[in-house]
Write a protein that binds this ligand. Structure first.
Ligand code: HEM
Length: 414
């Protein structure tokens, strides 16, 4: 089946029909993005009932455009815009999201981001290098002699949650519980979520918040050298973060802090093995490693879409938007724009054609990008070095969700 056969395109109206539940799409969205670049880079997605952008310049500009925002309720009411009332069965989730950096706009966003950034910078991400390397080696020690492993559960799932939990100051034995909460929580961001997903996410938010309240009380009483203590005690213009802000921030850091990185590790290993290129060359030195990691991020981004509201009437690429209209920015597709990247579907770490947009841009640019990049630049080369002859031991299983793009299983042998 060709990618274009998954799409029904009305060229004049720029309307596209595309089923997100079709495995042929979510297993290999890049092929569809290539077809969209050729046929309708800016399009109205009928099933989602809103406009989407795939062009690199459009996505890059819209992420930075202050006429668009992540939030709209700071300048308009639900009634005015016809936004449905909050659901009673997602109230714990909504409370946890209320102060998420991702959901705020200036001036609130600026205040919170400045304070979180201060606490974050004081943790010196670079200093975590030896810890990430040691953890990667320990995990490989456990399965090296088996000659095979399922990499998501034995490696990719463990490194990001362990590092972010350590950084925040949450005991490591909470790792498995954090993963459960986080998996349930992030289903709220998926296309085509069900009511059962909403109930599960709400329960996760309630339990997660309750747990964090206890941690915050402990750290208030006896601060340690961890991110949570720093966030509690960071002051900006005489202000401190409130309890609700601390909880939202800790949750967004924990969720964003590992979910995307897990998938990026899995996607990267698959990309590298599929490419047939030699790991010795790909990870020859720090510069080669960095280029390999960036090319993996470009071609195998873990989170494909972020949305924005038009905060005022504005026209983009000939499409008029009214205040309150939502637009979808397909970062993963922007990374494949043939106007920006030559032979965009090819994995070419040596390309030097500008930055990928996998971490976003503008005021919401991923605050964890330095940590995620560090983890990838350490965990990937160690894996390939320790296990020469690494190869796929089965067809990788792609998660049946859009717009997170990751694997359920990655069976490897050596
Ligand atoms: C490969 C891994 C990662 C990817 C691809 C990724 C991607 C992104 C993207 C695209 C955004 C911007 C969203 C928008 O513009 O609406 C974002 C924001 C964010 N990310 Fe990441 N992220 C990753 C890892 C991390 C890590 C490790 C952390 C935490 C330590 C983190 C924490 C955050 C937070 C808190 C925000 C919100 C920032 C704000 O709104 O000001 N992310 N991330």
């Amino acid at each position: 089946m060709t990618a274009s056969s998954l799409l029904t395109v009305d060229h004049d109206a720029r309307h596209v029909s595309l089923d997100v539940r079709d495995p042929a799409f979510y297993r290999d969205p890049n092929q569809v993005y290539a077809a969209l670049h050729a046929m309708a880079p800016t399009f109205y997605w009928k099933e989602q009932r809103q406009w989407y952008f795939t062009g690199y310049d459009h996505v890059n500009a819209l992420l930075r455009d202050r006429r668009f925002g992540r939030q709209i309720l700071h300048i308009a009411t639900r009634e005015e815009l016809g936004i449905p009332a909050p659901l009673p069965h997602t109230r714990h989730f909504d409370a946890a999201e209320a102060w998420s950096l991702l959901e705020l706009e200036p001036p609130e966003h600026t205040r919170l981001r400045t304070m979180v950034n201060r606490a974050f910078v004081s943790r010196h991400v670079e200093k975590m290098k030896p810890e990430i390397a040691a953890l990667s080696h320990q995990l490989i020690d456990r399965f090296e002699r088996d000659g095979e492993t399922e990499l998501l559960s034995s490696y990719a799932d463990v490194i990001p949650v362990t590092m972010i939990a350590r950084m925040i100051g949450i005991p490591e034995e909470m790792g498995p519980q954090l993963l459960k909460w986080s998996h349930a929580y992030v289903r709220m961001y998926m296309f085509a979520r069900t009511e059962a997903d909403e109930h599960a996410a709400d329960q996760a938010a309630e339990e997660f918040s309750y747990y964090l309240r206890g941690m915050i009380a402990e750290r208030r009483a006896s601060p340690r050298d961890d991110l949570l203590s720093h966030m509690i005690h960071t002051e900006h213009k005489g202000q401190y973060l409130t309890e609700e802000e601390l909880i939202s921030t800790a949750i967004v850091l924990l969720n964003a802090g590992h979910e995307a990185t897990v998938h990026q590790i899995g996607n990267s290993v698959k990309t590298i093995l599929d490419s047939g290129l030699s790991p010795k060359t790909l990870f020859g030195d720090a510069t080669a490693t960095e280029r390999t990691v960036e090319e993996c991020l470009r071609i195998g981004a873990p989170v494909h879409i972020f949305e924005r509201y038009a905060l005022e009437s504005v026209e983009v690429d000939g499409i008029p938007f009214q205040r309150g209209d939502k637009v979808g920015l397909i970062l993963a597709a922007a990374n494949l724009d043939p106007k920006k990247f030559s032979d965009p579907l090819a994995f070419k770490p040596e390309r030097n054609e500008g930055p990928n947009l996998s971490f976003g841009a503008g005021i919401h640019f991923c605050i964890g990008a330095p940590l995620a990049r560090l983890e990838l630049n350490i965990a990937l080369p160690i894996l390939f070095e320790r296990l020469p002859g690494l190869k796929l031991a089965g067809q990788p299983v792609v998660k049946d969700v859009y717009h997170f793009h990751g694997l359920d299983r990655l069976d490897l042998s050596w």
